[in-house]
Design a protein around this ligand. Sequence first.
Ligand code: SF4
Length: 171
Amino acid sequence: MGKWLDRLHSEISETPYEGSSESAKRGDSILSTPTHEGGYENSRGAVEALPAAPTKRGPTARIYRLIRAQGDEAHADAWSADTIGAFIVRRDAFLRRGYGTDDADDLAERLTLRDREQDGRRMCVECSHLGERGRCLAAAGGQLPDADRRLEPVPTILQRCEAFGLRKGMT
Ligand code: SF4
């Protein structure tokens, strides 16, 4: 088990963090809050569009990859067994939602960084109310009065949601 964890950590640590020049220029962190109107408001108040669902892209497109500084922070020291376990559970959750292997790795790594930064925001993919078809069951049930009952939230946006409930198996 120890050797396996060491190998996994080694493989994770070798992931390059090139990032996008645009995100680096903006100095983005893991950010953005759904406006529930199709756009996403980042920490500077600007609204930007993000993919609403897994899309077919070129093999080199890594839109969720952390920029280099973020990657360095995420791997500033060795990952504990709990950190690796959480990473695996989250990566699997993204894979089940249809994200590709690279995207699932990158998104799970974003959540690792989120934890390290003690950022209290969550992604809908971590929420027990996210239905298998992508609908928010809390919104459908009227628990989010400001949201459309047909809300299909982007599961990869960090946000604070009053109806969030931790999905079983997640940490
Ligand atoms: S309750 Fe909130 S966090 Fe949970 S799926 Fe719905 S919008 Fe996302």
